[in-house]
Design a protein around this ligand. Sequence first.
Ligand SMILES: *Cc1c(COP(=O)(O)O)cnc(C)c1O
Length: 363
Amino acid sequence: MTAPIRPQPGILDIALYQGGASKIEGHENPLKLSSNENPFGASPAAVEAMGRVAAEAHRYPSTDHADLRAAIGEIHGLTPEQIICGAGSDEIIHFLCQAYAGPGDEVLYTHHGFGMYRISALAAGADPVVAPEVERHVDVEALVEAISPATRLIFIANPANPTATMIATGDIARLADALPEQCLLVLDGAYAEFAEGYDGGAALVAERENVVMTRTFSKAYGLGGLRVGWGYGPQHVIDTLNRIRGPFNLSVLALAGAEAAMRDGEWVEECIAVNAVERARLVDGLRQFGIASDESFANFVLARFADEATADAADAYLKLRGIIVRAPKSYGLPHCLRITVGRPEDNTRVLNALGAFAQGMTQ
Ligand SMILES: *Cc1c(COP(=O)(O)O)cnc(C)c1O
């Protein structure tokens, strides 16, 4: 008798990733503000490019993504050789953990850090380690304190999800300076486009050997369904990640759509500009109803309620009105709701609903 087959250590500790809900019972067409998607969709040029290559779907895609990397390099002023593309930036996060962390190693992130860091760390057999935050902000000192000889990777999303807060580039540089040699800092820039004047950490990557940046087409570029993300890092890291990357990890459609989206700067700039105006309107509106939130540097707002019961009640109230937001309970924020910034008319609907809810609470 042999023992029954069992998964590798750590795998059964992974709780399935919970995506933003998209359905409400009894609502044909709910307003989905739960996944930080671009409410205006993708660039029409991207949609058109995908249509054009659909007839070529019987052909295997490029293995080296040269055209897409060239476009990213051109637009962002980066060396294409130091760029790697993945099926979403989730896949780049996964590659990093697989390549650099294993049993006995630690992967460090902060209290309200993005859920994929834990999942990818456990999938690699490594131990996830959580450092505290200060008032929903990444705390560089706490991270430095949490570094041990076993630490291999540190993940920070800047701006962060689900908190929408940001830390200064100087703070990140300080963290990079404090890293021991056996450690890589990963700057997750999924929302970098929404933070005015921020380069996602690209300049920091360029001047160091121990910092990597990840980016995505899923948020500002409106291509969450296409699954394209990318990483920019020191050559030794990119060369390492390419060894474990599947040769055909991006489809013909994904490559064509993402390249066209990257080259259509006007579309994304316009979406970002509307987001900035609407984000401010949402934050101000909430404040007027007595609902607090931190300044947002992303395309969503984290609304804070008095307690979990009030947040649950607000969530239910929105659902009754056909509006789906995200309850970030699994992120240690049970008294909050994360609301994606929608189209102007969507945000008006949210504000009307939460205004009525707040009024009901005070009566
Ligand atoms: C959405 C998100 C990602 C990744 O999304 P992909 O669709 O896999 O590119 C990464 N990090 C954070 C913090 C996110 O919110």
